[in-house]
Design a protein around this ligand. Structure first.
Ligand code: AMP
Ligand code: GLY
Length: 418
């Protein structure tokens, strides 16, 4: 079968890499791809949001399966357009993808179905939002109600900070016109629970934890994610069972009951609070960078799973026992302004896996081309060994324009090292 992957980041590189392990994927394409993906797939110069061009390409090339990476393609309706043309595609429709693209849709669905999450109210008016926040305890959690590349959430410690964020989102329309959801502040370790979902069928993946803050010690601004690892020693089998039975399965059922059944990856961003497990957010796709540490642990043939989801059949997921830990190399300045075009050297000296997140080929050279640039994955019998390997590989990569966190996995490793 010919398979097309949509997207250009580390997540898509990990999906392409998993596809190369399937005997069923006879030829792999990626649109638009990047310099690393180009070594494992044929890159097609069509952007993620050009959904009609992608459909025409898939039809003309006889693509048997298309797998969608990024939320922008889902929000652009790529699944609806492919399905209307009779093409097999892995991902939710635009209506089902609202579980991610609209915070308000997700919060209201959870409220209707008793799914545990932080209390919330949504606002369109700056004055009303400010008055509400001023009368509540801090920190205040403010979320822009739409896609904002992981940058639409502000945890404000003071009224001044909250005011600045509300002005930004509601008066200056920084992410576009829209609402703001104000949520109760929750505390506890966060984890990512991704499931393959096909209507009411839900197959859990191995758990992972992302690190959203830019700098060591979980300091600095929120980013798209600076590192990840799997498995998670601090989430018990009971926690996982609870999350599956009280969160992921009921959400899949709720979407089916409400006329927009979900197909694809449903990603629960969950928090283990003192009061129990709560939903922080849902995504309608594979997480990035979680996918880069979870898919290497998948033993099953990923083409079988993608096809089972798309066709509403049963599938079984099997996992490797080893641990994975990955570190993002990001452009200095990210998630703020940064420069691109720095040459990356030493990639051939790396022993483990490197997924490209934002790179560009220039002849034989590889250049930085995004905020998050590379994802270096270590694999080991334990998380400690996986981290050692990842850090050793990071040290082999030379590039002036990059920085990284050195404490990925600290929540799991600091505990076991004690
Ligand atoms: P989100 O994009 O909704 O996942 O939010 C980004 C990050 O903000 C999360 O990973 C959390 O660290 C933090 N966050 C979001 N909602 C809350 C909340 N209700 N309480 C505490 N922290 C939160
Ligand atoms: N790693 C968080 C996300 O994919 O949204």
């Amino acid at each position: 079968m010919k398979v097309l992957v949509i997207g250009s980041g580390g997540r898509e590189h990990a999906i392409v890499d998993a596809l190369t392990r399937s005997p069923q994927a006879e030829k792999i394409y990626c649109a638009p791809g990047n310099a690393g993906i180009a070594r494992q797939a044929e890159c097609v110069p069509i952007r993620e949001t050009e959904v009609e061009r992608l459909r025409d390409f898939a039809a003309a090339e006889g693509i048997g399966l298309t797998v969608v990476g990024p939320e922008v393609a889902l929000a652009a309706g790529i699944v609806d357009v492919f399905k209307a043309a009779g093409l097999r595609i892995f991902g939710p429709t635009k209506a089902a993808a609202r579980i991610e693209s609209s915070k308000e849709f997700a919060k209201e669905l959870m409220a209707r179905h008793g799914i545990p999450t932080a209390g919330f109210r949504s606002f369109t008016e700056y004055e009303a939002a400010r008055a509400y926040v001023a009368g509540r305890p801090f920190p205040a959690v403010l979320k822009y109600d739409g896609l904002a590349a992981g940058k639409g959430v502000v945890i404000a410690q003071t009224l001044e900070e909250a005011d600045a964020a509300l002005r930004d989102m509601l008066l200056d329309d920084r992410f576009g016109a829209g609402k703001v959801v104000v949520e109760d502040y929750l505390e506890g370790p966060e984890f990512s629970f991704m499931c393959f979902v096909s209507g009411r069928r839900v197959w859990p993946m191995a758990l992972a934890q992302d690190h959203k803050r830019a700098y060591d010690g979980d300091r600095g601004p929120n980013t798209g994610g600076m590192g990840a690892y799997s498995p998670l020693p601090f989430i018990t089998a009971e926690d996982e069972k609870y999350a599956l039975e009280h969160i992921l399965q009921p959400v899949a059922d709720a979407m089916a009951d409400e006329g927009c059944p979900f197909e694809g990856v449903l990603y629960g961003g969950l928090m283990k609070t003192a009061q129990g497990i709560r939903v922080i957010e849902f995504n309608a796709r594979f997480g990035d960078p979680e996918t880069e540490v979870v898919l290497p642990r998948l033993r099953s043939d990923i083409v079988d799973i993608f096809c089972a989801v798309a066709e509403g059949r049963d599938a079984r997921l099997e996992w490797h026992d080893f641990a994975t830990l990955g570190i993002v190399l990001a452009s200095k300045g990210y998630p703020g302004a940064y420069e691109k075009g720095y040459e990356i050297k030493g990639l051939d000296r790396v022993g483990g896996t490197v997924y490209h997140m934002g790179t560009r080929a220039d002849g034989d050279r590889v250049l930085t081309a995004g905020g998050r640039v590379l994802f270096v994955v270590g694999q080991g019998a334990t998380l400690a060994e996986a981290r050692e390997k990842a850090l050793a590989d990071v040290a082999r990569i030379e590039c002036d324009g990059l920085f990284h966190r050195t404490d990925i996995g600290h929540r799991a490793l600091d505990e076991t090292e004690k």
